[in-house]
Unconditional design. Structure first.
Length: 107
């Protein structure tokens, strides 16, 4: 019984870590996309967007915010996402290879 509980906990931990890593990776790639969209916009429209920030829609605000995030922060965020993915994969591998202990022989 305790073995099944331990394996279930390791699987739950693996799923949580993999989910966090995938979520963070998706957020990082979305931010890279938004930053590229802002940089590809004509500089005058970018300036007008920053001046009239309060009246912009949510997607435009998010893109303008994403452009203000330093590249080093995004790089560290991506490293954290890869670490979550690696730890989650390792935990899933450990859970898959866990073997039930052999019962002790009574003699």
């Amino acid at each position: 019984m305790l073995f099944r509980l331990a394996r279930a906990f390791v699987l739950l931990m693996a799923g949580g870590l993999l989910g966090c890593g995938l979520l963070m990776m998706g957020q990082v790639h979305s931010l890279h996309y938004l930053r590229q969209e802002v940089r590809d916009t004509f500089f005058l429209w970018r300036g007008i967007g920053k001046i009239t920030f309060a009246w912009q829609d949510d997607m435009t605000k998010a893109a303008l915010w994403a452009d203000d995030i330093p590249e080093s922060v995004l790089r560290e965020w991506e490293h954290g996402a890869w670490a979550f993915l690696a730890l989650g994969a390792l935990a899933a591998l450990v859970a898959a290879t866990m073997r039930r202990p052999k019962p002790a022989r009574r003699g």
